[in-house]
Design a protein around this ligand. Structure first.
Ligand code: FAD
Ligand code: NAI
Length: 473
């Protein structure tokens, strides 16, 4: 007899594993199916999806190591610390990263046991409707579930004519396992991966060139912030070329030649490694979606409403495989929402307060609307902007770069957007998210006591600056 569950989750990434844990906590008998792209040494699929295996976590581990390397090489001296010229052991750096991945992905298996989620190793695909639910084939087995959550995530988008072998030409998977510092590293795409991976290898000594198709840099970010970021990254040695049309890519034995066009005409560059980071595509192939009538939009995303309900009764979809930002915390938030809605609770996901973070140095983080978007919408707003240069903690830490920019509605004072470029922006943005989640005003933040000396005082000052009364700038 087919195994039966209340809930079957297809995909064990942040959207899927969190949905499964929450569903089990709410009393549903729950299983989570994961296919096998990231097998452990025993051949079992690792849980955690893109995020834990080949995304958020490994990239942040490499960013951390390369940051320390750069600090040791450049910032220690000015603080009176001599350590000589630092050397990087790339094999050790990669092994440390892989150990962290191992620990965390294994940890999810532990969480499944603790929460009584059944882990099913195998590719999931719809068979059809069953009595009051769905039949899904997982590996060779057919499972019956009353409700199904599709959380199959995304994969790197590749470009025609650029063969990714994850050796000389890498997507995110190979980019996280490069075994030696490439002398010349090329990246196609100056989005989040381009900037984070470009930063890692630039800090470790690569000469980094980023080829970006658009004529604006970080188009989705507040352009004030993007302008500052471009200035700082260029100063750090990242050669970011905009308005580039990539042409022929020739892969040699040890290098890759890229022909491209800029406003200045035809160019050619040779790289020791090339990373293709031009966005990601949702994973829906192999779900047998068409046969069961699961609607997929023109860009390949599963169609869902604001509650992540699909076109099929009892079938939900969350994370990268549906519309919205491709971020781990957004996927998790949707996973929790769906589990709670299934249990009859008021599941909730506020898509207006999902923060973005780019883990460069300085970090970039934002939540809410950009100034250019508000202008386009004709909204009247006030801006408070304070540089980290005016903050004692930032100066003490040697990180005076960047600013906090707060935008509030001119009439209601409700915060509409907060944009940070600066040290620890990833942590500082949390305060803005909480305030905005509770529909707070800049005056609310201005009246909250912030510890001194902390970087959070810059957020406080930006709130005061909205009302033109900063105290330290
Ligand atoms: P995924 O994590 O992609 O997981 C989907 C899982 O489903 C995969 O394990 C896949 O094997 C499995 N699967 C697919 N099809 C099937 C099937 N038919 N049957 C069974 N299993 C299946 N986001 C952040 O928020 N912060 C970051 O710092 C960050 N850094 C990133 C760095 C990189 C280099 C990359 C590539 C991404 C990064 N992201 C980051 C994005 C983040 O990884 C994704 O948004 C997140 O993993 C999406 O979660 P998900 O569960 O929707 O999908
Ligand atoms: P991206 O969408 O962030 O950036 C892709 C860039 O490539 C864009 O600037 C685009 O204009 C450019 N591009 C597209 N086609 C091109 C072409 N043919 N030639 C040159 N440039 C081209 O995508 P990326 O960097 O691949 O990352 C994928 C996603 O993964 C991100 O959007 C994000 O959702 C997630 N991610 C999140 C991180 C974080 O939260 N810190 C870190 C890394 C990834």
């Amino acid at each position: 007899m087919a195994k039966q569950f209340d809930v079957l989750v297809i995909g064990g990434g942040p959207g899927g594993y969190v949905a499964a844990i929450r569903a089990a906590q709410l009393g549903f008998s729950t299983a989570c199916a994961e296919s096998n792209p990231y097998a452990d040494p025993k051949g079992e699929p690792r849980l955690g999806g893109t995020c834990l295996n080949v995304g958020c976590i490994p990239s942040k581990a490499l960013l951390h190591t390369s940051h320390l390397f750069e600090e040791a090489g450049h910032s220690f001296e000015e603080q009176g610390i001599s350590v000589g010229t630092p050397k990087i052991d790339v094999t050790k750096m990669i092994a440390r990263k892989s150990k962290i991945v191992e620990q965390l992905t294994g940890g999810i298996k532990g969480l499944f046991k603790k929460n009584k989620v059944t882990f099913l190793a195998g590719h999931g695909s719809f068979v059809g409707q069953a009595d009051g639910g769905w039949q899904v084939k997982v590996g060779e087995e057919v499972i019956t579930a009353k409700q199904v959550i599709v959380a199959t995530g995304s994969s790197a988008r590749h470009l025609p004519g650029i063969p990714v072998d994850n050796k000389l030409v890498c997507d995110n998977i190979g980019a996280l396992d490069i075994d030696a510092v490439p002398k010349r590293l090329g990246l196609i795409g100056s989005g989040v991966i381009g900037l984070e991976m470009g930063s890692v290898w630039s800090r470790l000594g690569s000469q980094v060139t980023i080829l970006e198709a658009m004529d604006s840099f970080l188009g989705a970010a507040d352009q004030d912030l993007a302008k500052e970021a471009l200035k700082l990254f260029t100063k750090q040695g990242l050669d970011i070329k905009l308005s580039v049309k990539v042409g022929a890519v020739t892969v040699g034995k040890k290098s890759v030649t890229v022909e491209y066009e800029t406003k200045d005409g035809a160019q050619k560059a040779e790289f020791d490694r090339l990373i293709v980071s031009v966005g990601r595509v949702p994973n829906t192939a192999g779900l047998n979606a068409e046969a069961v009538g699961l609607k997929i939009d023109g860009r390949g995303f599963i169609e869902v409403d604001d509650h992540c309900k699909t076109s099929l009764p009892g079938v939900w979809a969350v994370g990268d495989v549906v519309r919205g930002p491709m971020l781990a915390h957004k996927a998790m938030e949707e996973g929790v929402m769906v589990a709670e809605l299934m249990a009859g609770q008021a599941g909730h996901c506020n898509f207006d307060t999902i923060p973005w973070v780019i883990y460069t140095s300085p970090e970039i983080a934002w939540v809410g609307k950009t100034e250019q978007a508000l202008k386009a919408e004709g909204v009247e707003y006030r801006v408070g902007k304070i540089p980290f240069m005016a903050n004692g903690r930032a100066l003490g830490a040697g990180t005076p770069q960047g600013f906090v920019k707060m935008i509030a509605d001119a009439k209601t004072d409700r915060i509409l957007g907060v944009h940070i470029i600066g040290s620890n922006a990833s942590e500082l943005i949390g305060e803005a998210v909480v305030t905005m989640e509770f529909a707070g005003a800049s005056e609310d933040l201005a009246r909250i006591c912030h510890a001194h000396p902390t970087l959070s005082e810059v957020v406080h000052e930006a709130a005061l600056a909205v009302d033109k009364r900063p105290l330290h700038f």
